[in-house]
Design a protein around this ligand. Structure first.
Ligand SMILES: Nc1nc2c(ncn2[C@@H]2O[C@H](COP(=O)(O)OP(=O)(O)OP(=O)(O)O)[C@@H](O)[C@H]2O)c(=O)[nH]1
Ligand SMILES: [Mg+2]
Length: 302
């Protein structure tokens, strides 16, 4: 307790001791510093207060950095894949090549600091593709892989694989290994990598965002692995819808109707069907009819 401390100082000190948040503590300390007696005898006290303030400011900065954005803001679409890998493994480059986004790409570490969400248009469907910041950085969002249907593991060397697989083992999402920067590898090395991954029965693709090697293959593997079916709808006498409804395999006519609008299946008088699940074009089917990929379905309402 400093000699000759004013009642204002003592009040500020009492408030400091009561303060709960780092922010409140900083505010009280600043007031204490301003109100503390300034003479030879109080030099030590001032020094202590300044040190404490510096520490609190540092703690506050760390707090705000650790408040990572979470995936709660990302609305999950029918098909969601997330790119996960170490820094510089080419995640943003893939996002740029496959989607509508133009993320920052750089050869220094931890360029991407927030999850980025892009849309890949493929086979008339939209695939939601997310870049999770580097797994070896504090920016990595642990929540995102929980919601993803597919995890794309990006890597530039096979040594990284077991560590990444281990870290992601708790997630039930399907995993596809995306071996990046294939343009930097010799044909011989590429063959060796492919053989190793094949022998381990891995789902994988070697790609380059510079030469575009493997990019179409990546899109196809990704789409196939979602394992969804596409069903087009049409109104009587009109063309089929430009974009299909995305469903789980073996979904029924009722599932489509309910996906379009909750409760809609109750208003259906008649359903006709064209495509792989129909016995003949325009076959009349009931609500429990199971659909196949690329079916076209026509509803007549009551
Ligand atoms: N040669 C070659 N370089 C690539 C390829 N893909 C990415 N790069 C380079 O690798 C560096 C990192 O690429 P990014 O796409 O930013 O990697 P990232 O995984 O998003 O990195 P962070 O967000 O920093 O974790 C950049 O210098 C890219 O130009 C590729 O296919 N071939
Ligand atoms: Mg990035």
């Amino acid at each position: 307790m400093p000699i000759n401390a004013s009642p204002h100082y003592l009040k500020a000190e009492a408030e400091y001791l009561q303060a709960k948040t780092t922010e409140q503590k900083i505010a009280c300390l600043k007031r204490m510093l301003a109100l503390a007696p300034k003479h030879k005898g109080s030099e030590n006290l001032l020094k202590q207060l300044k040190t404490r303030l510096a520490k609190l400011k540092y703690a506050k900065e760390k707090e705000s950095k650790s408040k990572k954005p979470s995936n709660r803001g990302i609305k999950k679409q029918d098909m969601q894949a997330v790119l996960i890998g170490k820094t510089n493994s080419g995640k943003s480059s893939i996002l740029k090549t496959l989607t509508n986004l133009s993320p920052e790409i750089a050869d220094y570490n931890f360029t991407t600091k927030n999850p980025l969400v892009g849309t890949l248009k493929y086979n008339e469907t939209n695939i939601q593709l997310i870049e999770n910041p580097a797994i070896d950085s504090p920016y990595y969002d642990k929540g995102i892989p929980h919601t993803a249907d597919i995890i794309l593991i990006t890597l530039t060397s096979l040594q990284e694989l077991s560590e990444l697989e281990q870290e992601l083992s708790q997630h039930p999402a399907k995993k596809i290994i995306v071996f990046t920067k294939s343009d930097l590898l010799s044909e011989k090395l590429k063959r060796k990598i492919s053989e190793t991954l094949k022998s381990k029965k891995k789902n994988f693709v070697l790609i380059s965002t510079k030469t575009f090697e493997g990019i179409n293959e990546l899109k196809e593997i990704l789409f196939q692995n979602f394992g969804k079916i596409r069903v087009y709808t049409k109104e009587p006498g009109k063309e089929k819808s430009p974009r299909p409804v995305i469903l789980e395999p073996k979904s029924t006519v009722k599932d489509v109707a309910e996906k379009i609008l909750k409760g809609f299946s109750k208003n259906i008088k008649e359903t006709k069907i064209w495509g792989p699940s129909s016995k003949f074009p325009g076959q009349k089917v009931g609500l429990s009819h199971k659909l196949k990929d690329l079916d076209i379905i026509e509803f007549k309402t009551k």
